[in-house]
Design a protein around this ligand. Structure first.
Ligand code: GLU
Length: 305
């Protein structure tokens, strides 16, 4: 497996040059286009890793899956799904259009910005700092290490430039869908997006999802099977932005990407995969990450769809 992983790494490096680093959050532009890291945790808890598997980056939209799992774990499903749907949109992650034109005005799913901002608004705690500290504890439980922290440069950079996310949040407030105070909720959202993890951390979370909540490294049930099931289902339909359909056809694995360049993928009963490669395609998915995923899927016959 290690040898195969190294081959896939070598064969995928070329794709780093074919994507573009996100610049709409100015601090993300500081990433290095040529970076690539991959980690795999298999169902026995064995770890395989190569390249910059331990380089930390802001997980951005991948935090939406973690936040969904957290609020489901803490408060149950219905509190979320009474305000947010479970349907893919086919639109970009930060689109406003369907919020206004759909009859209910509910965000279509928790993995687009509108839905994720609602989930952030549901987090327990009095002030944003308390909410984010409790959520960080949950993420620490998933990755099996302490000190999960926010990249402050990325956090401030997004906070200072988030006109579109502010528009989404204020619209949801007007529709009475967004709980809590708008700027405080956005603060939680920007903080969770700026959480700093590496590809190995993502693989460790992914194996828990892949094993229906069981962590084969610690030999412990970490999440309820139902939570893993809901997360993976939404990852299939909505996890790779408006490229989710194509990814399902080409790769066939539940996965979530973020504009920081991460991809987290869960292959049921087999493995968790984490990839970092900050150069993105036009939809916001890591270009080299897509290359890695498609090669791994092919060579290891990982398709679950
Ligand atoms: N913080 C980013 C935003 O709201 C997350 C986007 C992403 O990774 O898809 O624009």
């Amino acid at each position: 497996m290690q040898k195969l992983l190294e081959e896939v790494y070598e064969q995928s490096l070329f794709a780093c040059n074919m994507g573009k680093i996100a610049t709409y959050i100015p601090a993300l532009a500081l990433a290095d286009q040529n970076d690539l890291g991959i980690a795999i945790v298999d169902k026995e808890g064995q770890v395989f890793k190569t390249g910059l598997f331990d380089k930390r980056f802001s997980i951005q939209s991948i935090s939406k899956v973690l936040a969904l799992a957290y609020v489901m774990d803490d408060q149950g499903e219905s509190v979320i799904f009474s305000r947010v749907g479970k349907e893919p949109t086919g639109d970009p992650f930060n689109s406003l259009v369907r919020l206004e034109t759909s009859a209910s005005h509910k965000p279509f799913n928790p993995l687009i910005n509108a839905g994720a901002i609602v989930v952030s608004g549901l987090m327990r705690g009095n002030k944003p700092e308390e909410k984010i500290a409790l959520f960080a504890k949950f993420v620490e439980k998933l990755v099996g290490r302490g000190s999960v922290t926010r990249n402050n440069e990325v956090y401030h950079s997004e906070k200072d430039t988030a006109a579109r996310n502010r528009s989404i949040a204020w619209f949801l407030k007007e529709m009475d869908i967004l709980p809590g105070e708008v700027e405080e909720t956005l603060d939680v959202y920007f903080s969770q997006c700026a959480f700093s993890l590496d590809a190995l951390d993502l693989a460790k979370v992914a194996i828990i999802l892949a094993m229906d909540g069981f962590d084969p490294i610690r030999k412990e049930q970490i999440l309820k099977p139902r939570i893993a099931h809901v997360c993976k289902s939404l990852m299939v339909t909505c996890g790779m932005y408006d490229g989710s359909g194509e990814f399902a056809v080409d790769v066939g694995i539940p996965a979530k990407s973020g504009v920081g360049g991460g991809i987290m993928a869960a292959v049921r009963d087999r493995m968790g995969i984490g990839v970092y490669g900050p150069a993105l395609d036009e939809k916001g998915n890591s270009k080299a990450g897509l290359e890695v995923m498609s090669r791994l899927s092919e060579r290891l016959d990982l398709r679950v769809l």
